[in-house]
Design a protein around this ligand. Structure first.
Ligand SMILES: *Cc1c(COP(=O)(O)O)cnc(C)c1O
Length: 351
C-alpha cells in the first residue's frame, strides 16, 4: 500500500454488499429500501448505488434519497430501481421528480395540493406515499386530518394525476411502548385508506433499529440507512452479521518528546469535542490528547515513526473503536461522525 499522506476513509464494497445480503435475509418478506441521504451517510451515492444494483447477489430495487437532488443522482445510476424522496420540496424539485419517476413522500395537505397541481400541469402522474403522524410531530398528517387528506388523494387518483402507492410513518424509537402505540395508529390509518377505496401496496414504518430488533413492527418495506453501512445505534448492541464498512485513518506526521501528531483535525470535519477518544495504533490503544484545526495529538508508542498509521475508527485489531463508540462520547449518533467528514478527507473504495 502507498504511504498515506492525508486522512483517509477507506470503504469496503464487499462489506457493504454483505450487509445488504444480511439485511435482505433478516428483513424478508419486508423489502429493503436502502436510505442514502447525506450522500449515502458520507460514503458517496454513486458507487454505492452501482454496487447495490450491479454487484449484489439480489439487487436492491428500492432506494430512499430523502431530498430530490439526491434521489435524482440515484435515478441516474439506477434507472430500473424505485426511488423515494420524502423531503417537502419546492416546485422545481417536484417537477424534476415527476419527470424522473421519483416517488414522493407527502406529510402535509398543502404539499399534496401542490403536487397534484404540478402533476396536472405537466400531464404527469405522481406516485405518492402519504405520511401519517404517529406521534413524532415532525412532519406527517395528523390523525384528525387523515380522512380528509386521503379523500383528496383518492379523488386525484381517480382523476389520473396521482397514484397512492404507499402509507408510511417514522418511529421515535424512544421506547417500545410508544412505538407500539405508533404502530397501532399506523395500522388504523392504513385501514381507513382501504375503507375509503385506496389500495396502497407499500407500508413502511421502521428504520434500522426497529426493523432489526422489533420484527413485529416491520411492514412491507423497511427503510434502512445506518445498518446498511454497519453503523450501530447509539447505546445499541453490536450487530450480529453486519460490519462497519468504513475505516478512518490518519498518518503520523510529527514526533515530539512527549506526544506525536497525526494529520487529522477539526477542518476535516472531525469534532474537537472528541479529544480524549480512544484510537487504534500499531502500539495498541491510545487517547487523543487534543484536536486542532488540521492535526491531533496523542501519546506515541515504542518505535513510532512518521508515516505510521493511526486508526480513528473502523474494524481492525489495533485497539480501534467503531464510529458509534466515538459518537457516544459526544452524545450523537455514529452516522454524524461519518457525515461531518469533509471532502478534504480522501475516500478510497476497496473490494
Ligand atoms: C434517515 C431516515 C431513515 C433511516 O434511518 P436509519 O436509522 O439510519 O436506518 C429512515 N426513514 C426516515 C424517514 C429517515 O429520515
Amino acid at each position: 500500500m502507498e504511504a498515506m499522506s492525508t486522512p483517509t476513509l477507506t470503504m469496503s464494497r464487499g462489506a457493504f454488499l454483505s450487509n445488504i445480503e444480511q439485511l435482505q435475509g433478516a428483513l424478508a418478506p419486508s423489502e429493503l429500501m436502502v436510505v442514502m441521504k447525506d450522500d449515502a451517510y458520507g460514503h458517496g451515492v454513486e458507487w454505492m448505488v452501482d454496487a447495490a444494483t450491479s454487484d449484489a447477489a439480489t439487487p436492491v430495487r428500492f432506494f430512499g434519497g430523502y431530498d430530490v437532488p439526491t434521489s435524482l443522482r440515484i435515478r441516474v445510476r439506477a434507472p430500473q430501481a424505485r426511488v423515494f424522496a420524502w423531503a417537502t420540496s419546492d416546485d422545481a424539485d417536484v417537477t424534476a421528480a415527476l419527470e424522473a419517476g421519483i416517488e414522493l413522500g407527502v406529510g402535509t395537505a398543502d404539499y399534496l395540493r401542490r403536487i397534484i397541481a404540478l402533476a396536472e400541469a405537466a400531464g404527469a402522474q405522481a406516485s405518492l406515499h402519504l405520511k401519517i403522524d404517529t406521534g413524532l410531530h415532525r412532519n406527517g398528517i395528523r390523525p384528525e386530518d387523515w380522512g380528509e387528506v386521503v379523500a383528496e388523494t383518492l379523488a386525484a387518483e381517480r382523476a389520473g394525476s396521482v397514484r397512492l402507492v404507499g402509507v408510511w410513518s417514522h418511529l421515535a424509537e424512544a421506547s417500545d411502548a410508544e412505538d407500539d402505540e405508533a404502530a397501532r395508529l399506523f395500522d388504523e390509518a392504513v385501514a381507513a385508506v382501504r375503507d375509503a377505496g385506496g389500495a396502497p401496496a407499500d407500508l413502511h414504518l421502521t428504520a434500522s433499529a426497529a426493523s432489526w430488533w422489533r420484527p413485529e413492527l416491520r411492514r412491507s418495506v423497511s427503510r434502512i440507512g445506518a445498518f446498511s453501512y454497519g453503523v450501530r445505534s447509539a447505546d445499541g448492541p453490536e450487530l450480529p452479521g453486519l460490519t462497519l464498512i468504513s475505516r478512518l485513518q490518519a498518518p503520523v506526521i510529527e514526533l515530539h518528546d512527549d506526544h506525536i501528531v497525526i494529520g487529522l483535525g477539526g477542518l476535516h470535519g472531525f469534532p474537537s469535542t472528541l479529544s480524549g477518544a480512544p484510537v487504534g495504533t500499531p502500539g495498541g490503544r491510545r487517547e487523543l490528547l487534543s484536536i486542532g484545526a488540521m492535526t491531533s495529538r496523542l501519546h506515541g508508542w515504542p518505535g513510532v515513526a512518521v508515516g505510521d498509521v493511526v486508526t480513528v475508527f473502523g474494524p481492525g485489531s489495533d485497539g480501534e473503536v467503531d464510529a458509534t463508540a466515538l459518537a457516544e462520547r459526544i452524545d450523537t449518533v455514529g452516522e454524524e461522525i461519518l457525515t461531518r467528514l469533509t471532502s478534504r478527507v480522501t475516500r478510497e473504495i476497496t473490494d
